[in-house]
Ligand binder design. Sequence first.
Ligand code: GRF
Length: 217
Amino acid sequence: MTNKTRVAVLVSGFGSNLQAFIDGAQNSSLPIDIVGVISNVEGAFSLDRARNAGIPNQCIPHGQFPDREIFDQALLTQLDKWQPELVVLAGFMRILSSNFVDRFKNRLINIHPSLLPDYTGLNTHQRVIDAGEQWHGSSVHFVIPELDAGPVIVQGKLQVHNDDTAETLQQRIHIIEHQIYPLAIQWFAEDRLNVTKKGDVLLNNLKNTDQLITFNI
Ligand code: GRF
């Protein structure tokens, strides 16, 4: 029997990506144990999802800490109790200090709703529409101290429709995310991800798998 990868998930909100991981772990399509969920927002629905699945969960409200470093230290203290091999940011709306990021070098991943390196930062769906882009998507990447800039693991893309709004784009991007984020976690769990010195992510033993997937949705 292979050991399951210990995964901790950091969230702030609705948690539909977290739910995709929970479902994958429960139906054994993802070889992971979700060892804990932390939310920085009290009452976040993500915490209900964790609770309903019987996953240890903790709310650590950032507002109760005098600065980012001390908040991040509280996160680290909780994570140390769970000993995750991989930390997954899933709609976690806080910038992490380089101290935190360095602790989990190449073991900390995020999903950003754009085709990185384009459209870092917030409000990506509206900005993509305003710029008249033909394509939009989402990217799973390793986290480095610079925001939305780490090595990309996998991207999913879709065509922007003439009548798309930020809301319709967000809905279709979520469909993509619920497939590419579990896929990236699976690759990590199977030890298939290698980060080169140049900062590219290479896949071991996955010759036919594309790291840029086009969705017809
Ligand atoms: C996702 O769209 C992700 O790209 C962004 O935050 C959103 C989180 O959604 N970082 P959910 O909380 O997983 O539903």
